[in-house]
Design a protein. Sequence first.
Length: 384
Amino acid sequence: MILAACSGGSSSSAPPFNSGGGAQFPGAGPGTPPPVGATPSPTPVPTATPTAAPAGITTPSASVGRLASYHVSPQKMFVAGISSGGFFAVQMHVAHSAVFKGAAIYAGGVYYCATGNVATALGNCGGETVNGQALYHSTLAASEVYLDQQSALGTIDNEANLRGQPVYLWQGTRDSVVNPQESADLNSEYQHYGAQVTFDNAFPAEHGWESPDGELPCGVATSPYMISCPQNGAPYDSVQKWLTMFFGPLQPRGTLALHGALMRFDQTEFGASAANSMDTKGTVYVPQPCLAGATCGFVVAFHGCLQYQGIIGDRFPLEAGIDEWADTNNIIVLYPFAVPGSGAVVNPNGCWDWWGYDDPNYALKSGTQISIVYKMVQRVTGAP
């Protein structure tokens, strides 16, 4: 989501991790303090404005309701994310590895990659691009030391839970926001802890979430960062790949004329507010059998920087390509949303917290955003 570097390169639109005035913000999703003398970002108004869509496509309900509870199999709960949401999904997976049985990560990096420091996030993990290439310096060793320590302390679930879990990693070879070496480190890290990893890293893709519904060509990095890549003359479907890993053979993909309910829900009852850089509203898709009481699977999916609702509307859930598979395979999909921060929270691009802009314990079970989202997960699934 960064299109140009501080020096060199060019951009046709404001990069996701860039203030618009030259300051960069961490990889696929962070946000650094603005430079001295810069005009601070205005206080955001959390919003979930309905997006106009072609006839026949199900869009989220206009009304905002209370997130409901459903029957979910404890063995079929997974997490996914892109960019800042990819880093955040790794944190959520590692922190709650007893609950989440696997992860799908698009252009993400190792656990606690930023080590609580925005400069480290930018220079080592992703978000700052020089001459068309994202800066990178491995923090893999430090990440594993921290993960081992926190596992021993019990501030995250036991790392042994990761052994044997399915993990899907997507990384485009032309990604100018998150260096492919960062995803390679994440691949190494998950393998180190015994996860069963599929590393999908051969497409000449730029930075973005890949699905047949993506509106952008494979090699383009610009808003809304939803891309579609071809394979053998047809659109590739990365989502089908990881859903098959998680749930086994799938029923045929449905259409965006969904049979279930795509609903907005109130995030504030779980503690979300602009003060912790979270939107007042989220979205959830519930297939018809799940509404009727069937036992279903579950995925929580995290957007990246500059993909919050106030800037791209509903395009993340509508173009992620998850709901069409969920509709025919009884999978509930939860889409929490972040927003730009306000007050002391410096997060101008609506990224998830993967470097500590809101809470120094951001990567632990006690982290503010992890705790808020986990309460949503508990409501939907009945997880402990």
